[in-house]
Write a protein that binds this ligand. Structure first.
Ligand code: ACO
Length: 380
């Protein structure tokens, strides 16, 4: 192994094939099953995109109706579980609460250990349906309110909004949340998806894979960045202060959250779509401060970071959109998880179909060999 090349962070390492999503990092393009993300954001729904990622094709009208019905039937979370969530500490991070809640759902699922393809699909659909219910329940419990039961007369996004805010969304709000969910549904072999696959490849259960994925998504270098973006700009009064703030950040060698990506060396197409919506809602509701600060940061980044291939990623403008939908900052990453569960399950199904080979890389050994064992009394 002496001359082996180490790929720090597994950069550029390809370990499997997938047809779920394709990222063209040089041109800033993203496709789900070959369909440009812009098309899906404009014309599709989260339900349809979830079907696309699980079955790797678009559904017929009848298939979509049946799938939608199945999601609705699976939305409810047993009242004992909700009661258990109520005991979680209110100051714990919502992603830690979500991680625990999903683990609890597994603990009480009698079919948890059934790793057949059929059960993975059934449980996967159930989790896609339940994630919004769990996240909304965690939010309301944290606010000291009773969680709301899901409403089956509303769409996936519409019902999620309703359970979060206690009122039905307008058509625009429903579309906005739906688009945000579509844009976050999958993204190649990202850290949380890879985590899910590593766990799945040991022939462990689906809940363990998803719990692991939630843990990976929580990190500020991955999904946790959306929360950090708004926290980062809290101290900036208005856009005019940005150039100086940015200079200081660069001098201190601090990272600009919501910027940069392992694969994109161009503008993230999801950020482009979210920026448009962020501008719309900020202007419509007279809450432009945060949006204008972000635009000013982007302007500075064009000068100093773009030459290094660092541009806004999906997390840069999503917070402005989420805030407008009544989602508190600490719940931004759980909302990301509500979307990404479809991608996690889709990749697990696809990997299972291939062969579910154990993922087990190696590290180059850099220590010594055949050292003597020194008895503890002689170690000083
Ligand atoms: N701000 C300033 N400089 C940056 C940033 C940033 N956001 N991102 C990368 N860089 C710089 C690094 O300092 C480094 O510079 P150097 O070569 O002079 O030392 C260079 O770019 C390469 O950085 P790496 O960390 O090696 O790149 P990597 O591919 O590992 O990082 C990552 C990708 C983790 C996303 C990084 O860009 C980052 O930390 N961004 C901020 C957090 C963020 O927004 N994460 C969300 C990503 S999208 C998602 O997961 C949903």
């Amino acid at each position: 192994m002496s001359d082996v090349e180490i790929k720090r962070g597994l950069e550029g390492v390809v370990f499997t094939e997938s047809e779920l999503s394709y990222i063209n990092g040089q041109e800033g393009k993203l496709y789900y099953l070959g369909i440009p993300i812009e098309e899906l954001a404009e014309k599709s729904t989260y339900e349809e995109v979830a079907f696309l990622l699980l079955y790797r094709r678009l559904p017929t009208k009848k298939e979509l109706e049946e799938f939608d019905q199945k999601l609705k039937e699976n939305r409810a979370v047993r009242v004992e579980k909700i009661a258990s969530f109520a005991n979680y500490p209110k100051d714990a991070h919502p992603m830690a609460a979500l991680r625990t809640a999903i683990s609890e759902l597994g603990l009480f699922d009698p079919k948890e250990e059934d790793t057949s393809y059929e059960n993975l699909l059934e449980t996967g659909i159930s989790l896609i349906a339940k994630f919004p219910t769990v996240v909304a329940a965690l939010k309301r419990l944290r606010e000291g309110r009773l969680p709301l039961e899901p409403r089956n007369d509303l769409s996936h996004a519409g019902n999620f909004y309703y359970m979060l805010n206690g009122k039905e969304p307008s058509k625009e709000q429903e579309k906005l949340l739906d688009v945000a969910l579509i844009l976050h549904a999958d993204h190649g072999m990202n850290a949380s998806t890879f985590t899910a696959l590593v766990i799945h490849s040991t022939a462990s259960d689906l809940y363990s894979s998803i719990v692991g994925a939630i843990g990976a998504l929580k990190g500020p270098r991955h999904g946790g960045a959306n929360e950090q973006v708004l926290k980062m700009i809290q101290g900036i009064g208005d856009a005019s202060q940005v150039p100086e703030w940015f200079k200081e950040k660069l001098e201190k060698k601090e990272r600009i959250m919501g910027m940069g990506h392992r694969v994109y060396k161009a503008y993230d197409p999801r950020a482009r779509i979210l920026k448009r919506y962020a501008e719309e809602v900020a202007k419509a509701h007279g809450r432009t401060r945060e949006y204008e600060i972000l635009v000013a940061i982007e302007k500075e980044a064009e000068k100093y970071l773009a030459p290094k291939g660092i541009y806004p990623n999906v997390d840069f403008y999503s917070g402005v959109v989420y805030s407008d939908l009544g989602i508190p900052v600490e719940f931004f990453t759980p909302v990301f998880a509500v979307a990404r569960i479809a991608g996690w399950v889709g990749h697990i199904l696809e990997y299972t179909e291939k062969d579910n080979r154990l993922i087990r890389p190696r590290a180059k050994y850099s220590g010594e060999l055949d050292k003597p064992y020194i008895p503890i009394e002689q170690r000083g």
